[in-house]
Ligand binder design. Structure first.
Ligand code: SF4
Ligand code: SF4
Length: 146
């Protein structure tokens, strides 16, 4: 259903507004990666600039040899913790990170969407270190799209 050459609007059209809280466990133990305009949109909602957003609300995360940004996790000394924007639901729902927007746990293709996100945004075909980590991921049995 989800194919590698789909564009983001096609993938978004396969998602919907959440009508329950079943997938919130993801917000309890992690947060989604911001892409492109996500930074400006979230900064604007908070009434701050992108640099202040990164400093106060986001944390870097390494994926496939590159650095991305996601909402801070409130770890309290543990390896994982809730997303800083979680408070009985997402408090930045209308401008949440693209990875959060695309997460669709109730669809049988939900996992494929997350793989599409990974291949589309996290793996850089122009960078050898990114490709190397992707090869390791595949060799260890990681899921990919056709
Ligand atoms: S993706 Fe589906 S199951 Fe998960 S919170 Fe949204 S509506 Fe509920
Ligand atoms: S930004 Fe919102 S949807 Fe994304 S992890 Fe945080 S609370 Fe959950």
């Amino acid at each position: 259903m989800i194919e590698r050459d789909m564009i983001v609007d096609q993938v978004k059209s396969l998602t919907h507004e959440c009508a329950c809280h079943a997938c919130e466990h993801g917000c309890h133990y992690g947060s989604g990666i911001l892409i492109g305009k996500d930074f400006e949109n979230l900064a604007k909602k908070l009434g701050i600039g992108v640099e202040e957003l990164k400093e106060k609300w986001l944390e870097p995360v390494e994926q496939f040899g590159q650095t991305f940004w996601r909402p801070k996790l409130l770890r309290n000394g543990k390896p994982y913790g809730p997303c800083i924007f979680f408070d009985n639901g997402c408090t930045v729902h209308d401008v949440k990170p693209l990875q959060c927007t695309l997460a669709m746990g109730c669809k049988d293709y939900g996992e494929e969407i997350m793989v599409w996100f990974m291949e589309q945004y996290l793996v850089d075909p122009r960078r050898e270190n990114s490709q190397r980590e992707f090869r390791l991921y595949k060799e260890s049995g990681g899921k990919t799209l056709r």
